[in-house]
Design a protein around this ligand. Sequence first.
Ligand SMILES: [Zn+2]
Ligand SMILES: [Zn+2]
Length: 184
Amino acid sequence: MHSAGLAMLCFAGGVFAWSFLEYALHNWVGHVANGRNHFSREHLTHHSTPGYFTPTAHKVLAATVVGGGALVLVAWVTHWWIGAGFATGLVAAYTGYELLHYRIHVSAPRTRYTRWAARHHFSHHFACPGKNHGVTSPLWDHVFGTHHPHSKLTVPQRYAMPWLLEPNTGTVVAEFEDHYQLRP
Ligand SMILES: [Zn+2]
Ligand SMILES: [Zn+2]
Protein backbone atom coordinates (compact mmCIF):
# COMPACT_ATOMS: atom_id res chain seq x y z
CA MET A 1 0.00 0.00 0.00
CA HIS A 2 1.13 3.57 -0.68
CA SER A 3 2.64 5.01 2.50
CA ALA A 4 0.17 7.95 2.61
CA GLY A 5 -2.75 5.50 2.45
CA LEU A 6 -1.15 3.41 5.15
CA ALA A 7 -0.68 6.48 7.37
CA MET A 8 -4.38 7.37 6.91
CA LEU A 9 -5.40 3.83 7.81
CA CYS A 10 -3.24 4.04 10.93
CA PHE A 11 -4.75 7.46 11.76
CA ALA A 12 -8.21 5.83 11.58
CA GLY A 13 -6.89 3.05 13.82
CA GLY A 14 -5.80 5.68 16.36
CA VAL A 15 -9.25 7.32 16.26
CA PHE A 16 -10.90 3.91 16.78
CA ALA A 17 -8.52 3.10 19.64
CA TRP A 18 -9.40 6.41 21.31
CA SER A 19 -13.13 5.59 21.15
CA PHE A 20 -12.44 2.44 23.19
CA LEU A 21 -10.09 4.27 25.59
CA GLU A 22 -12.73 6.96 26.10
CA TYR A 23 -15.22 4.28 27.18
CA ALA A 24 -12.73 2.26 29.25
CA LEU A 25 -11.30 5.27 31.11
CA HIS A 26 -14.71 6.71 31.85
CA ASN A 27 -16.45 3.49 32.88
CA TRP A 28 -13.81 1.33 34.56
CA VAL A 29 -11.05 3.76 35.58
CA GLY A 30 -13.49 6.58 36.43
CA HIS A 31 -16.71 5.09 37.78
CA VAL A 32 -16.03 1.47 38.74
CA ALA A 33 -12.84 2.48 40.63
CA ASN A 34 -15.04 4.83 42.69
CA GLY A 35 -12.35 7.32 43.80
CA ARG A 36 -9.44 4.88 44.18
CA ASN A 37 -7.24 6.69 41.62
CA HIS A 38 -6.56 10.32 40.68
CA PHE A 39 -8.52 10.16 37.42
CA SER A 40 -11.52 8.69 39.23
CA ARG A 41 -11.48 11.39 41.93
CA GLU A 42 -11.24 14.10 39.28
CA HIS A 43 -14.10 12.55 37.35
CA LEU A 44 -16.38 12.16 40.37
CA THR A 45 -15.70 15.84 41.18
CA HIS A 46 -16.86 16.66 37.64
CA HIS A 47 -20.12 14.87 38.50
CA SER A 48 -20.65 16.46 41.90
CA THR A 49 -19.53 20.03 41.08
CA PRO A 50 -21.26 21.69 38.15
CA GLY A 51 -18.74 23.29 35.83
CA TYR A 52 -15.64 21.51 37.24
CA PHE A 53 -13.19 20.23 34.63
CA THR A 54 -9.74 18.78 35.28
CA PRO A 55 -7.11 21.53 34.65
CA THR A 56 -6.00 21.65 31.01
CA ALA A 57 -2.32 21.34 31.98
CA HIS A 58 -3.02 17.87 33.48
CA LYS A 59 -4.79 16.82 30.29
CA VAL A 60 -2.00 18.07 28.04
CA LEU A 61 0.54 16.21 30.16
CA ALA A 62 -1.49 12.97 30.04
CA ALA A 63 -2.04 13.29 26.27
CA THR A 64 1.68 13.91 25.72
CA VAL A 65 2.69 10.87 27.78
CA VAL A 66 0.07 8.52 26.27
CA GLY A 67 0.41 9.86 22.70
CA GLY A 68 4.22 9.83 22.90
CA GLY A 69 4.16 6.35 24.42
CA ALA A 70 1.86 5.07 21.65
CA LEU A 71 4.12 6.65 19.01
CA VAL A 72 7.29 5.04 20.38
CA LEU A 73 5.72 1.65 21.08
CA VAL A 74 3.87 1.24 17.77
CA ALA A 75 6.80 2.66 15.76
CA TRP A 76 9.18 0.31 17.56
CA VAL A 77 7.20 -2.88 16.86
CA THR A 78 6.04 -1.89 13.35
CA HIS A 79 7.26 1.16 11.42
CA TRP A 80 7.54 4.85 12.25
CA TRP A 81 4.89 5.73 9.59
CA ILE A 82 2.46 3.45 11.38
CA GLY A 83 3.36 4.79 14.82
CA ALA A 84 3.06 8.40 13.69
CA GLY A 85 -0.32 7.82 11.98
CA PHE A 86 -1.71 5.89 14.94
CA ALA A 87 -0.50 8.33 17.60
CA THR A 88 -1.76 11.34 15.60
CA GLY A 89 -5.21 9.72 15.23
CA LEU A 90 -5.29 8.88 18.94
CA VAL A 91 -4.38 12.40 20.08
CA ALA A 92 -6.64 14.09 17.48
CA ALA A 93 -9.65 12.01 18.58
CA TYR A 94 -8.84 12.68 22.25
CA THR A 95 -8.70 16.44 21.53
CA GLY A 96 -12.03 16.20 19.68
CA TYR A 97 -13.52 14.42 22.69
CA GLU A 98 -12.29 17.11 25.11
CA LEU A 99 -13.68 19.91 22.94
CA LEU A 100 -17.04 18.16 22.50
CA HIS A 101 -17.38 17.37 26.22
CA TYR A 102 -16.57 20.95 27.24
CA ARG A 103 -18.80 22.39 24.55
CA ILE A 104 -21.93 20.43 25.44
CA HIS A 105 -21.53 21.49 29.08
CA VAL A 106 -21.04 25.21 28.45
CA SER A 107 -22.86 26.12 25.25
CA ALA A 108 -26.18 25.23 23.66
CA PRO A 109 -26.02 22.30 21.22
CA ARG A 110 -26.77 23.60 17.74
CA THR A 111 -26.19 20.64 15.44
CA ARG A 112 -27.85 17.24 15.20
CA TYR A 113 -24.64 15.63 16.50
CA THR A 114 -24.13 17.96 19.48
CA ARG A 115 -27.83 17.63 20.41
CA TRP A 116 -27.39 13.85 20.40
CA ALA A 117 -24.11 14.10 22.37
CA ALA A 118 -25.71 16.38 24.98
CA ARG A 119 -28.69 14.07 25.54
CA HIS A 120 -26.41 11.01 25.70
CA HIS A 121 -23.95 12.60 28.13
CA PHE A 122 -26.49 14.35 30.37
CA SER A 123 -28.47 11.10 30.65
CA HIS A 124 -25.19 9.77 32.10
CA HIS A 125 -24.85 12.75 34.46
CA PHE A 126 -28.45 13.00 35.67
CA ALA A 127 -30.35 9.76 35.00
CA CYS A 128 -27.97 6.80 35.05
CA PRO A 129 -24.25 7.32 35.90
CA GLY A 130 -23.68 3.59 35.24
CA LYS A 131 -24.70 4.00 31.58
CA ASN A 132 -23.79 6.04 28.49
CA HIS A 133 -20.04 6.23 29.12
CA GLY A 134 -19.24 7.03 25.50
CA VAL A 135 -19.19 10.77 24.80
CA THR A 136 -18.25 10.98 21.12
CA SER A 137 -20.07 7.77 20.13
CA PRO A 138 -22.46 5.19 21.60
CA LEU A 139 -20.50 2.29 20.04
CA TRP A 140 -18.94 0.78 23.17
CA ASP A 141 -22.06 1.35 25.26
CA HIS A 142 -23.83 -0.95 22.79
CA VAL A 143 -20.96 -3.46 22.87
CA PHE A 144 -20.88 -3.62 26.70
CA GLY A 145 -24.62 -3.31 27.28
CA THR A 146 -24.50 0.10 28.99
CA HIS A 147 -26.55 2.05 26.48
CA HIS A 148 -29.47 3.96 28.02
CA PRO A 149 -32.07 5.24 25.56
CA HIS A 150 -32.75 8.97 25.67
CA SER A 151 -36.09 9.84 27.22
CA LYS A 152 -37.14 13.27 28.49
CA LEU A 153 -34.40 14.08 30.97
CA THR A 154 -34.98 15.59 34.42
CA VAL A 155 -32.10 17.90 35.39
CA PRO A 156 -31.71 19.09 39.00
CA GLN A 157 -32.08 22.88 38.92
CA ARG A 158 -28.78 23.57 40.73
CA TYR A 159 -26.80 21.38 38.31
CA ALA A 160 -28.47 22.69 35.16
CA MET A 161 -26.23 23.62 32.25
CA PRO A 162 -26.24 27.43 31.74
CA TRP A 163 -27.56 27.08 28.19
CA LEU A 164 -30.63 25.14 29.35
CA LEU A 165 -32.05 28.03 31.38
CA GLU A 166 -33.78 31.23 30.34
CA PRO A 167 -31.66 33.94 31.98
CA ASN A 168 -34.66 35.95 33.21
CA THR A 169 -37.04 33.24 34.40
CA GLY A 170 -34.75 30.27 35.14
CA THR A 171 -37.09 27.97 33.20
CA VAL A 172 -36.04 25.62 30.39
CA VAL A 173 -35.34 27.41 27.09
CA ALA A 174 -38.28 26.68 24.76
CA GLU A 175 -36.23 24.88 22.08
CA PHE A 176 -35.06 22.28 24.62
CA GLU A 177 -38.42 21.68 26.37
CA ASP A 178 -39.14 18.47 24.44
CA HIS A 179 -36.01 16.78 25.83
CA TYR A 180 -35.27 18.40 29.20
CA GLN A 181 -37.23 19.39 32.32
CA LEU A 182 -36.10 20.78 35.67
CA ARG A 183 -36.39 19.38 39.17
CA PRO A 184 -36.25 22.08 41.87
ZN1 LIG B 1 -19.60 15.75 31.71
ZN1 LIG C 1 -19.10 9.94 34.45
